[in-house]
Design a protein around this ligand. Sequence first.
Ligand code: CUA
Length: 337
Amino acid sequence: MIAMLLFQWRLPQASNFAPMVDRLFDFILWFSIISFLIIVVGMVFFLFKYWRKKIPEDKSAYITGHTKTEMSVAFFLLVVVMVIFYWGWIDYKAMKTAPEDALEINVIARQWLWQFQYADGKMLTNELVVPKDKPVSLIMTSQDVLHSFYVPDFRIKQDVLPKMYTNVWFVANKTGPYQVFCAEYCGTSHSQMLAKVKVLEPDDFEQWQMTGELPEGMETKVAPAEASAAVSGAAASTQGEPLAEKGKTLFSNKGCTACHSVTGAAGVGPTLKGLFGHPVELVDGQKVNVDENYIRQSITEPQSNMVKGFQPIMPTFKGQLSEEEINALISFIKSLK
Ligand code: CUA
């Protein structure tokens, strides 16, 4: 009975990380159960062995320590803690580094809904559609307060912060809808900040990308009009122009072209060609890798991470661009290989 409970309480394992997380969890759980039993049995054993009445009344028990035993117990526990630490670190590292070929999707969290922005211009509310057996990388930010993207069946949870990007990735290995929760208290409707991840067969996913139609049993039951009124739990989708295209338009509309070339030619500001994913040297000599967070900071606080050899003349675009627009600009800059 107890064994049945122990084995059946497990959530579905629907991602590549689920077995990994569960193995470590099981190790810690069973180690704790066995330790607990050893301690309780030992306690009861010694309770009887050193029963007060067995010792003559005029003598109180004189109990000294046993250094060797104490040290070996402490050492054994240290080893176990280090094993758990190392194991956790290996798993954590795997969870932190998304593969290069991952499908990138931007996530924007706000009170109290989730928006998913695809490279092809699709924008979904409270509904994330992904292909099975393909790595998916989520680049997430918040428009207001702290949120946390949590999919129990995938064993992933990552805080979503305003003014910066955090990343989480996974390979979903079973089709179906899975529940997304917000795992960081974010205000009145925190508990209703829910979404669904819909995992489709690769063919169905392609079909969905082209037509926007979900296979039977996965359809969204709520009309998009309702969702736009920010009804929690409702899903909606819109199709805009591809992100990089939108970014390109913004890039010239906002006047970026005046200083930044996209061809590799020198200008008042650094060229953006081939910039993404490569290191740049800053004014203070520090070398940083150009990632989403670097570009974001360069747009909103251009003076904070100046590239060496350039003048601090770029105006800030803080508050002038929406999260969607910043994502579009980053997507455009990424496309300038
Ligand atoms: Cu968002 Cu809690």
